[in-house]
Write a protein that binds this ligand. Structure first.
Ligand SMILES: [Cu+2]
Length: 273
């Protein structure tokens, strides 16, 4: 019988859909085993003490206290196990996430902008460059506050319905907020990132499964927090490219967005096909 995995199964962890997510689950499993052993051990010790030092048999307090070294040894063992978890598993996982940070042409970039109580997903369009945004330009028709004077903004588009991503491509989601602190929690990707006003925080992962899941806001952000749901949808690459293309605003044919942006655009669509 496979012991590693039992606690995660008992807890009913949601479906896993990202490449690195199994490592996060492995950490969760091991931390839960350590805590479960501590819980059983300390609870047993608590009841032992209630019985062993009951008032009827110990009418007078013992002012010397513990004389053995068992408790020091147990505490040392706990510290060693915690150090192994931290140095042997958590640090390498973090180092791998940091050193594998994707920079290739196949990276999909999205800005996720939180507000009370919803998310706007801002895609940079075929040129791969986000246009300038300005909070003073935010209105119902321009939820991200895109500055259309900026050539890079002309092919950008936004959606509030779902964070749509392709399967098997690294995705960088840059998370920020327009008002208070939110948190974009993508449970199937085993990813969460605080959305803080004035800060752009990147998180990256590679979806390995197509599907549609709910996302939640992981920070209590106001009275509508519980309704701050959105969804994440992972599509096959072809379907994603088609969706991306159909959402890209079309520049007039005789007026390319800008020579630079047009170059970047053709290079990026060449890569995608
Ligand atoms: Cu929120």
């Amino acid at each position: 019988m496979q012991i590693l995995g039992l606690i995660n199964e008992a807890l009913g962890l949601p479906e896993l859909a990202s490449e690195h997510g199994s490592l996060v689950d492995q950490m969760l499993e091991m931390v839960h085993w350590l805590v479960a052993i501590l819980l059983v051990g300390w609870t047993g010790y608590f009841f032992y003490c209630l019985f062993r030092f009951r008032a009827r048999r110990n009418p007078k307090a013992d002012y010397h206290g513990v004389r053995g070294h068992a408790s020091s040894h147990i505490e040392l063992a706990v510290v060693v196990v915690e150090a192994i978890l931290l140095i042997g598993f958590a640090f390498p996982l973090w180092a791998q996430r940091a050193s594998d940070y994707p920079t290739g042409d196949d990276v999909v970039r999205v800005r996720a902008v939180g507000k009370q109580f919803g998310w706007t997903y801002h895609y940079p369009g075929p040129d791969g460059r986000f246009g300038k945004v300005d909070p003073y330009l935010i209105d119902a028709n321009n939820p991200a506050g895109l500055d259309l004077e900026d050539p890079n903004a002309l092919d950008d588009f936004t959606t509030g319905i779902a964070l749509i991503l392709p399967k098997d491509r690294p995705c960088i989601v840059s998370v920020t907020s327009q008002d208070v602190i939110h948190n974009l929690h993508l449970v199937p990707m085993r990813m969460a990132q605080d959305a803080t006003p004035g800060i752009i925080a990147d998180m990256w992962f590679k979806p390995i499964k197509t599907g549609k899941w709910e996302t939640i806001c992981g920070q209590l952000c106001g009275v509508g927090h519980a309704n701050m749901k959105s969804s994440i949808e992972v599509m096959e690459e072809d379907a994603f490219d088609e969706w991306y293309e159909s959402n890209t605003p079309k520049a007039p044919a005789d007026e390319p967005v800008s020579p630079e942006a047009a170059d970047a655009g053709s290079a990026s669509s060449g890569q995608a096909s």
